[in-house]
Write a protein that binds this ligand. Structure first.
Ligand code: SF4
Length: 389
């Protein structure tokens, strides 16, 4: 398989163009096509000479994520199911910073991206790991999730503008001349969270290279401090991340503040128990000096009792961490249940009383198969059923 053009850094492209005898400014033009205009075909690169386009076509691929399904409406959280070039599916989720609660659409968005097809870590509550791990995503497949969402957003806003232009011209009894071109240069994604399908730190090298491309001014232009990497607790990779020069944010998918609870939910805890995970987080903080986030999915009868708040608060204080409480989103086929709203509120209040910073995600996500990996799982299973003789 040829290397995809979107898995190369500017320096790598410059070296390649030099061996071809192409001037350096052609790299700038190419990067503009890839990351500003978000071109989808080699033919679109109209200001590059045909000979250069032919060389690019011969040596590299230019893969595009195909939108297989989308759930949610433009003002709320939206989930995208993408089909990759080899037919596999992955998910990305676009979350408005202000979820338009008061009728005001937000122009700031966080995108949650995937790093693997499936997941090998098998957390008991998660849909992503249910059918196991299939493969790591390539650098370009991580990068493309942002570009594909921005392409979709540009086309969508253009479609809405044309619809409103047609209404206006019809009302004024004028002939319709509404053929607006999709805007290509607007940035939609301001924050990235690497918390979708897969364990990000198990695809370490591809992830870090993709984030460098997404951070570069010639690439995605997203600040490293606006990128959060979440891990289920791979202690050695947390230490490796600590020495990366970029200032990413770190989130730990904790979900249990004792080994007893975590062992029940997350097999990774047998390999890296809490003592080891905590030590790695402390080492990370010594180097980075940055606040860590502890993600804690509240599951009825498993980790939502008030007695769990004390060890959780102790851990958060030790790590100078804030806690994100996320009521469980039901996954079909799994026995776990979301606690009642009052239980979640009580848990939050108890943590606050213990003097830690905690937030409770209150919006409902069940209507869009909000649990990570669920849309992919449903689609794959429906496809498999439809293909049975
Ligand atoms: S929670 Fe994350 S690490 Fe655990 S199975 Fe799901 S995707 Fe994998």
């Amino acid at each position: 398989m040829p290397t995809d053009i979107k898995s190369l850094t500017r320096e790598e492209l410059e070296a390649q163009f030099k061996t071809w005898g192409e001037p350096a400014f052609r790299v700038t033009q190419l990067l503009d096509w890839l990351y500003v205009r978000r071109a989808t075909t080699w033919d679109a690169l109209s200001n590059l000479p045909k000979t250069l386009r032919a060389k690019l076509r011969e040596n590299f691929s230019l893969e595009i994520l195909e939108l297989a399904r989308k759930q949610g409406s433009p003002d709320t959280t939206q989930k995208f199911l993408w089909q990759l070039a080899d037919g596999q599916f992955i998910e990305s989720v676009l979350i408005p910073a202000n979820p338009a609660l008061y009728g005001e659409a937000s122009d700031r968005h966080t995108l949650c991206i995937s790093t693997q097809v499936g997941c090998a870590y098998g957390c008991r509550f998660c849909a992503s790991g249910l059918d196991g791990w299939k493969r790591n995503l390539g650098v370009h497949e991580i990068v493309e999730q942002i570009l594909a969402v921005e392409r979709w957003s540009a086309a969508e806003s253009s479609r809405l503008k044309v619809a409103s232009c047609k209404l206006e011209t019809a009302a004024a009894d004028e002939p319709a001349t509404c053929n607006l071109q999709p805007a290509t240069d607007s940035r939609v994604v301001n924050n990235l969270v690497v918390m979708g399908m897969g364990e990000p730190l198990a695809n370490y090298d591809n992830l870090i290279k993709a984030l460098k491309i997404l951070n570069a001014p010639w690439g995605g232009g997203i600040g490293a401090r606006r990128m959060t990497i979440s891990t289920s607790g791979l202690a050695p990779q947390i230490r490796k991340l600590a020495v990366e020069p970029m200032q990413f944010r770190l989130a730990i998918s904790l979900h249990g503040a004792t080994d007893e609870v975590r062992n029940r939910l997350m097999p990774v805890n047998k390999k890296y128990p809490l003592s080891e995970l905590t030590a790695a987080c402390e080492d990370y903080q010594k180097v980075k000096g940055r606040m860590i986030t502890l993600e804690y999915i509240l599951i009825a009868g498993i980790n939502d009792s008030l007695e769990q708040t004390r060890p959780l608060a102790t851990l958060a204080k030790r790590l100078y961490a804030k806690i994100n409480l996320i009521p469980y989103n039901k996954v079909e086929g799994l026995p776990w249940v979301r606690p009642a709203d009052e239980v979640c509120e009580r848990f939050l209040a108890a943590l606050e009383k213990l003097g830690v910073t905690a937030m409770l995600r209150r919006e409902k996500g069940g209507d869009i198969d909000a649990a990570c990996g669920q849309l992919r799982l449903k689609t794959e299973r429906a496809l498999a059923e439809s293909q049975q003789p």
